[in-house]
Each structure stands twice: as C-alpha cells, then as structure tokens.
Design a protein around this ligand. Structure first.
Ligand SMILES: *Cc1c(COP(=O)(O)O)cnc(C)c1O
Length: 361
C-alpha cells in the first residue's frame, strides 16, 4: 500500500504521515469498538468528546500552550481569521499595525482596513517579498490594538527568524504554514492561528490559540460565529466542530510526539531544508529568490535559468514521482513544500534529481 505513494510537494493541502493515514484507515468504519466511524458520530457523544478533549490536551502539551490561553478548533480556514482578528481586537484603540511580507499577510492587511485605521508597519513588496524586514525596520505604533504578521510566507518561501518585539502591543500571528515545525514561546503572543491543511490535518480545521483576556471586546456588529467569545464560552462546540479533522489532528500529534515532539521536528525540518538549499546553491542552473537569512524551512522556492527549463524540470520531476513542484504564479519557477510529514528520504531523492537535472541540461 505504502510503496505506491509518491512524494507530494504540494503547498497545501499537503502530505500527512503515512502512519496516520493507515491508522485512520484501520479505524474508518468502526472507531475503537464504537460500531461507527468518527465521521458518523454526534459531536456531543462521549466517544467524540474524549477525542476532542484528548486532542486539545495533546496540542497544549506539545505546543507548550500556557495557562490563560484557550485552544480553539474552528472552521472557515485561516482566511476567516483575517476578518475575525480585527472584528474582535481592533475595538480597543481603533488602530492596528500590519507587516506585509507576502500574499496572505497582504490579504489580511486589506481585510482589516474595513474595520479601523491600519498602519503598514513594514512591507517587503519593494523586492517582491524576497526578504523579511528586521526589527529595526518595523514602524511600530504603541497605540495599536495589536500587531499582525505571517510567520512563514508559503508562496514566496520566506520565514521570520525572530519574534517581533512590540512591547505591550499584542502579537497576532498567522502560523498556517510553519506551526509545529519549531518551538514557539506562546506567552509572547496574543493570538496564533493556523489553517490545518499545511502541517496538521486535512482542510476544514483552523486552530486558534488565544490569550483569554483578549476576547470580549468585539465590535458590536461582529457576527455570532466570528466572535471568539462565542467559541471560548462553548469550548469550540457552539455548533458542530470539524470532527474528522480534529480526530486526525490527534493522530498527527501522537505521531509528532513519537518523533521527538516539536523540538524533534525542528531538527529534522532544518536538516531537510538545508539539504535542498545546499544542492540548489551548488548547482549551475538553479537559484533561490529568497534572501539568505530569510529563507523558509517549509517552502523552498527556486528557479532555473529560463521558463522553458523550469517547465521541463517540473514535467520530468512529475514523471519520476515528485509532484506539485510548480511554483505559485506570483513567483514563477518551482516550490518544494517540505512540511513535517515529508520524509527525509523524499527530500534526499529530490536533491538527487535536482543534481542529475543540473548535470544533464
Ligand atoms: C494557506 C494559507 C492561508 C490560507 O488558508 P485557508 O485555510 O485556505 O484560508 C493563510 N495563510 C497562510 C500563511 C497560508 O499558508
């Protein structure tokens, strides 16, 4: 079964660990003697409640979420948080700071403008988002209700290598594409959110970690379902949560723990990315647009000397079982997304393929 699988470098939804898929497959018609699939269970049943509570507890332990923070399992994707964050937080002062370092932070910035005065604290647009601004480059307003940034730019292949220091202004971070890949000091943040389909679970689940005191000052017209308070008060069970995704997240967290938890993942992921960057830097044909020092360990963007050769590369790679390497249209070239579930072996084989292509062309 496993040996027919290919190396899928998709940016999201992306690979899940084979062990997780096999476990879910084995339990799919009859979850632990319940006589039914997790997909068929009431979200209010005892069996599902146990899955929910266990998954939340595992997440809290593995991601080191301190007391005073709630872990919410929501729907609507990371994109819904682009609206939910300003609706709930901007009321404090009417102002917020945004760093725009790529596609998603740009969408978040534009969306927030509907709800208050939004200051562009930093932008990397001048160099087509090939770098992350330094702390000194951030224009910070101490009167901002919060500061929003995106930790890893999935499309452009850059990643913040530091946590911005914003003083007393709460940090809000979109970690959709690098959550659980490196240890995070959650206590430095007001809100961390992430769509699950990059590094955690199937699409349909959004994990939100929120400092509880930040909820409750939403704008008066905030929709019921976009109010953090609604979800905190009912522990994400105001309505039906994404049950199946929560179950798979639990399995992914078990897998992660076996691999040494988040610190274990950090060591592995950094090694994988470094291997790819080394091969690309040492090649004749390939280059990486992202500046050294801002490069992402999750999404490695690169290109060859021409668009024709890029197309040839993608075509030949696909034929050999390395799929979804075509870059996003905003950047062109190629992108290898190497989230936690991408085995080291997959990256090693891709490196061999890149070297062989470099020699042959
Ligand atoms: C994929 C992605 C999004 C969009 O996520 P959806 O769940 O599709 O809304 C937002 N931010 C980042 C960093 C992403 O990688």
């Amino acid at each position: 079964m496993g040996n027919e699988r290919i190396y899928n470098f998709s940016a999201g939804p992306s690979m899940l660990p084979l062990e997780v898929l096999e476990k879910a497959g084995a339990e799919i018609t009859n979850y632990q003697g319940s006589g039914m699939s997790v997909m068929e269970m009431s979200h209010r049943s005892k069996v599902f409640d146990q899955i929910f509570v266990d998954t939340q507890a595992k997440f809290r332990k593995l991601f080191c979420v301190p007391e005073g923070y709630k872990i919410l399992f929501l729907q609507g994707g990371a994109s819904t948080q682009f609206s939910m964050v300003p609706l709930n937080l901007i009321g404090k002062t009417g102002k917020a700071d945004y760093a725009v370092t790529g596609n998603f932070s740009s969408i978040a910035y534009k969306e927030a403008k509907k709800y208050g005065t939004i200051q562009l604290a930093a932008s990397s647009e001048d160099k087509n988002h090939t770098y992350i601004p330094t702390q000194a480059q951030l224009k910070l307003d101490p009167g901002a209700s919060y500061f929003h940034y995106c930790a890893n730019n999935t499309i452009y292949g850059t990643e913040w290598q530091y946590v911005p220091d914003t003083g007393d202004v709460p940090l809000v971070c979109d970690m959709s594409s690098d959550i659980l890949s490196r240890p995070v000091d959650v206590s430095k943040y007001g809100i961390i959110y992430a769509g699950a389909q990059k590094n955690m679970a199937p699409a349909g689940l959004t994990v939100v970690i929120i400092r509880a005191d930040l909820a409750g000052s939403e704008l008066p017209y905030t929709p019921l379902m976009l109010n953090y308070k609604t979800m905190i008060d009912k522990d994400s069970m105001y309505n039906t949560p994404p049950c199946w995704c929560i179950y798979i997240l639990g399995l992914v967290l078990d897998w992660l723990e076996e691999k040494g938890g988040v610190p274990g993942m950090e060591a592995i992921k950094h090694g994988k990315a470094q291997m790819l960057y080394d091969v690309l830097d040492g090649s004749r044909l390939f280059s990486c647009p992202a500046e050294v020092g801002s490069r992402s360990d999750m999404n490695v963007t690169f290109r060859s000397v021409s668009e024709e050769l890029d197309a040839k590369f993608v075509k030949e790679a696909t034929a050999q079982g390395f799929t979804n390497l075509k870059g996003h249209r905003n950047v062109g070239g190629m992108r290898a997304s190497i989230y936690n579930a991408m085995p080291v072996e997959g990256v090693e084989k891709l490196c061999d393929f890149i070297s062989a292509f470099d020699k042959a062309n």
